[in-house]
Design a protein around this ligand. Structure first.
Ligand SMILES: *Cc1c(COP(=O)(O)O)cnc(C)c1O
Length: 397
């Protein structure tokens, strides 16, 4: 018997653990089985046909559906307060499948300049190849975005907070602008996670995640997720099942396991990042700290209104030249220098060699990314140890 649970009455900490996992699994397993079967066998040919036609629930082939993926999709659906969700082999597959499923030649997209590097490549390189016009606006110039949306578009694409300078967009306000011209509003919610921000409740239509980051949380699996209404998700799922960016069952299991502690981890990421940001702000060898939880952040009010916590990612520029960065990074004892974020361990890297490696110096300057910027994804370690580690590394510069 399927349990009927009013998930909207259940808090995020409980949704993280139990979402999608309240029914009895095969063998009475209490944990989600990782189903590594590509195909599913049928003795009864009529039943097989019924499942194939979608008249009966069931599985046929692994590129289309898989029971482990179903649980993951249900968990993110519940956490985002969505009606439907589907999964992908990576965050970029989630982004590209969402765009390609909904757009056709002659359509127009309005997006911001500060989207994730890969997403920005889709806007600048791939969509134009299919006759889709893309207008990129200044990320925090809401007036310009509203003006471009009013000219007509089929899709408005937002990402907030942005990577690596943590710019904030007003989801509620911009969603209203999108809706007024009948455009779909998609939000990349990777940095915030549903624990800190729920774009659908703020008026967006679609929420996109790189599950590789905070949702998985342990840097050991790639994945992507999209939430929305059943009609939109069906369209995106159909594109994915045919084009084949299906998530593997083992990766889905790792992401599911990570998500059980999502609410708990995000609380710690939020408090650690805020404390480190405040500590760095005071330091004479640091010029600027970018973190939406600081009241010095230009969009602090919007962030405080639409986010429950400010997340685990911050960035800062060192006083002096970019030559200091390698010296600083190598002095840290408890931080990986790597192109990643959202893990239990602290990760640091300069955007010029990670998220924005493909951009020129001029383009980075245009995006407001200083050459001496260090991005930091603050882990869940004890904050006193992290602060001491950063301070000793700064002292040695
Ligand atoms: C990492 C990331 C992506 C892409 O996800 P992958 O899982 O690496 O494909 C998309 N958006 C944001 C904001 C990201 O940080």
């Amino acid at each position: 018997m399927k349990k009927q649970i009013s998930w909207h009455k259940v808090k995020a900490g409980t949704q993280s653990v139990w979402g999608g996992e309240t029914d009895v699994f095969p063998y009475r397993a209490t944990q989600v089985p990782t189903v590594n079967s590509v195909a599913y066998g049928y003795d009864d040919l009529d039943e097989w046909v019924q499942v194939a036609k979608g008249e009966k629930e069931g599985y046929i082939y692994g590129r289309n559906t898989n029971p482990t993926l179903d649980v993951l999709e249900e968990k993110i659906r519940i956490l985002e307060g969505a009606q439907a969700a589907t999964s992908f082999s990576s965050g970029m597959a989630a982004v590209s499948n969402t765009l390609f499923a909904h757009l056709k030649s002659g359509d127009r997209v309005v997006a911001s300049k500060d989207t994730y590097g890969g997403t920005s490549k889709i806007f600048l390189e791939f969509l134009p190849q299919y006759g889709i016009e893309v207008k990129l606006c200044d990320t925090t110039d809401h007036h310009q975005i509203e003006k471009e949306v009013a000219k007509g578009c089929q899709l408005l694409y937002l990402e907030t907070p942005t990577n690596p300078t943590l710019k904030i967009q007003d989801i509620n306000k911009l969603s209203e602008a999108g809706k007024s011209v009948g455009a779909l509003v998609a939000v990349d919610n990777t940095l915030a996670t549903p624990i800190n921000q729920q774009p659908l409740a703020l008026g967006a239509d679609l929420v996109i995640h790189s599950a590789t980051k905070f949702l998985c949380g342990h840097s050991d699996a790639l994945g992507g997720l999209v939430c929305g209404n059943p009609e939109q998700i069906k369209k995106i799922f159909h594109f994915r099942e045919i084009n084949g960016a299906t998530l593997g069952a083992n990766a889905a299991y790792l992401i599911l396991r990570g998500m059980k502690t999502l609410a708990l981890r995000m609380e710690r990421h939020n408090s650690n990042a805020l404390e480190l940001a405040r500590c760095l702000l005071e330091h004479p060898k640091i010029d600027t700290v970018f973190y939406p939880g600081l009241d010095t952040h230009p969009s602090f009010d919007t962030a405080a209104e639409q986010m429950k916590g400010f997340g685990g990612v911050l960035s800062f520029s060192l006083s002096g030249t970019e030559d200091l960065i390698p010296a600083f990074l190598t002095k840290l004892n408890f931080a990986h220098a790597a192109a990643h974020l959202g893990s239990v361990d602290t990760i640091v890297g300069p955007p010029k060699t990670t998220s924005h490696v493909e951009n020129t110096v001029e383009e980075r300057s245009y995006l407001g990314i200083p050459e001496n910027l260090v991005r930091c994804s603050v882990g869940i370690e004890n904050i006193d140890d992290i602060k001491r580690d950063f301070l000793q590394a700064l002292d040695q510069l």
